[in-house]
Design a protein around this ligand. Structure first.
Ligand code: BJ8
Length: 382
């Protein structure tokens, strides 16, 4: 058995330290912001001298509590996230250690499930909603989004008592870009054939980016790249898979685990816990607000229309990572990603790239059935 990668255990240690540090920061008056989505620019939060943790729920244990208030037939990410807040605010101990660390939640106007859930969430935590245009190519969309970002900056200034200066924003943009470039380096390593690291390990690392302080996360990714770069410690074989679709929030690794347990290797994830989180950098030369607006508005989320950019990217990733097949992963009742599946399917068919569509929740009841379908898919493409 090859030795496990040392840098992976570093991430676990860093996480435990991070919780302690956030508690310390709060005791010293630093405001901590909870977010749920890639559309909320971290750069503005950090430039205001605040800190942030992402509160997207990937666990099943808070869902029953959420279902006391929310319909059952909505996305598990929405239910899990809401349940974690309700639990923590009502003195429960079910899961999320992050909720009690948060002063304010910054929500975003993306899918209907999240938007309506945030209205209820505001009964538990102070909630600020960042609006965003859902047709990013419209004339005026960028100007509107930039004005929303500036309002968000003002809100943070009032909350923290600090000014969000252009200089601080530029500093945070450079910092976030450095992380994005490192992630490009890590993902480039995965393009090797065979790749030197399991997709399930990378997914767990990517989930950490939403909790760790940026400098710590970057340090971990750097260590990982250095460990993988010179001599691969372990070579993974098996069909090469690209996962594309909904984010896999911390606690949710079900589909990735099944795919790799069945002998395939995941070489990239087109998702918010994958390439969507780092693919584009922010322009460092111009007005920082406009640069942030341009970069964030271009995130190819299925909440946006039209979303051709995402379709093109999936095809491009499939080619670049030389995949044998794509697993299109959606959370149950996620309308946007479920409907967009057909266009992805058609584009991949033109390229003769096989696709397996899996729609699932956070429970275990379909694990066996998904395993059978993954087996059949791998046999077909192998
Ligand atoms: S930028 S993907 S993080 S909105 S899976 S809650 S869309 S019903 S999480 Fe998302 Fe921002 Fe887009 Fe990314 Fe709704 Fe779908 Fe659930 Fe979703």
């Amino acid at each position: 058995m090859p030795a496990p990668l040392k840098s992976l255990s570093w991430f676990q240690d860093a996480y435990e330290l991070r919780i302690a540090r956030l508690k310390e920061e709060r005791a010293n008056g630093v405001k901590v912001i909870g977010t749920f989505c890639l559309f909320v620019p971290d750069e503005i939060i950090f430039a205001a001298g605040a800190d942030r943790v992402v509160l997207c729920g990937g666990k099943t244990d808070t869902i029953a509590l959420a279902e006391q208030s929310l319909p059952r037939n909505i996305c598990p990410l929405v239910k899990s996230s809401f349940g974690a807040v309700v639990d923590a605010c009502c003195g429960g101990t079910l899961s999320c250690p992050h909720v009690p660390l948060v002063d304010v939640v910054v929500a975003e106007a993306t899918c209907d499930g999240k938007k309506k859930m945030y209205e209820l969430l505001s009964g538990y935590l102070t909630t600020y909603v960042l609006d965003l245009p859902q047709k990013p190519g419209s004339p005026g969309a960028l100007a509107y989004f930039v004005s929303e970002l500036r309002l968000f900056g003002k809100f943070l200034e009032e909350l923290t008592g600090n000014t969000v200066s252009d200089e601080a924003l530029r500093r945070e943009i450079r910092s976030a870009n450095e992380t994005r470039r490192l992630l490009h380096r890590l993902f480039a390593i995965r393009q090797r054939d065979p790749p030197p690291i399991r997709g399930t390990d990378v997914l767990r690392v990517m989930q950490r980016q939403f909790f760790l302080a940026p400098a710590d996360f970057r340090e971990g990714v750097r260590k990982l790249c250095e460990e993988l770069d010179p001599v691969p410690p372990e070579m993974r074989t098996g069909p090469r898979i690209l996962i594309s679709g909904c984010p896999m929030a911390a606690g949710n690794t079900k589909i990735a685990d099944i795919i790799e347990q069945k002998g395939a290797v995941i070489v990239a994830e087109e998702s918010c816990t994958g390439t969507r989180s780092f693919q584009d950098t922010v322009d460092e030369s111009g007005d920082p607000w406009t640069a942030l607006g341009e970069r964030y508005l271009a995130i190819p989320c299925a909440c946006m229309t039209p979303n051709d950019r995402r379709i093109d990217r999936i095809v491009e990733l499939a080619r670049r990572y030389q995949v044998d097949g794509v697993v299109y992963y959606t959370l149950q009742f996620c309308t946007g990603y479920n409907i967009e599946r057909l266009r992805v399917q058609q584009a991949l068919k033109r390229e003769k790239i096989p696709l397996l569509a899996i729609e699932s929740d956070y429970g275990e009841s379909d694990t066996e059935q998904i395993g059978i379908r993954v087996d059949a898919f791998l046999e077909m493409i192998g």
